[in-house]
Design a protein around this ligand. Structure first.
Ligand SMILES: [Mg+2]
Length: 249
């Protein structure tokens, strides 16, 4: 938050907003990295990004730079790097190899991921209320499944949809949301997507699914405001969601 940030720009949902939003929810779609856990916590994303660049160091230097320009290499986000390479060379065999490599790193990271505060309680509370849950993630579905099993939460998530070799189907494309809706036989109007990125919001809009933003920093709150997300659809902590669900139990 800057000194000049107006208070209105940081408004988030009240308990009453959340009660109204969640009263008709029968299905919930979860983004994985953010709302459920911080995947690259023990294994830092910046380290994986460096390893990603090392993988590109095959072939001539001009070919390497063609795959991923120098400016993009400053990013510490291996996901963003993979998407850039795929955008520049959509049909390259190297995309498949890089995607599989990143999947391996995500599965390894699942062992040392940090739990998102109160996520487990929200998952259990929704489960107890009979709300059906699914994961819609840009990470590997196998990494999400590994984390959820280790946390004893796999029983709540029979449907986990993640990244495939076709990176054009990653969010903001609604592909994984539509797969989850179809698998659950869910009516989008009775579904809620919980995500921490603007790509989650865009994907939810494309699938006609109401959206709740998890924004654990002021920067993210501002980002969602700028994207047009109503303050009544933004929470700073999943504790707010848990408290409303507890009162429904
Ligand atoms: Mg996320």
């Amino acid at each position: 938050m800057t000194r000049d940030t107006p208070a209105a720009a940081l408004e988030t949902a009240s308990a009453e907003d959340l009660r109204k939003l969640m009263s008709s929810v029968r299905y919930a779609l979860w983004d994985f990295d953010g709302p459920i856990c911080r995947l690259f916590a023990g294994l830092a994303a910046s380290q994986v990004a460096r390893e990603f660049i090392d993988l590109l160091k095959e072939g001539k230097q001009d070919e390497q730079l063609d795959l991923l320009p120098m400016t993009e290499r400053l990013s510490k986000d291996p996901h963003a790097m993979l998407v850039t390479v795929a955008r520049r060379h959509p049909n390259s065999d190297r995309i498949v190899k890089l995607e599989e490599w990143l999947t391996g790193r995500e599965i390894a990271a699942a062992h040392s991921a940090f739990r998102t505060p109160h996520a487990k309680e929200v998952i259990q509370a929704w489960g107890n209320l009979g709300v059906q849950l699914a994961v819609s993630t840009n990470n590997s579905a196998r990494a999400a499944a590994r984390y959820l099993a280790a946390e004893g939460l796999d029983c709540f998530f029979p449907h986990i949809y993640g990244r495939t070799h076709d990176l054009s189907l990653m969010k903001p494309h609604p592909h994984t949301l539509l797969l989850a809706l179809d698998a659950m036989g869910a009516d989008p109007s009775e579904t809620l997507m919980l995500g921490d990125a603007s790509t989650d919001y865009t994907a939810a809009q494309a699938a006609d699914v109401p959206f709740l933003a998890y924004a654990d920093t002021f920067h993210k709150v501002e980002e969602f405001h700028q994207k047009g997300v109503e303050p009544s659809r933004i929470v700073r902590s999943l504790k707010d969601v848990r408290d409303v669900l507890s009162s429904q139990n």
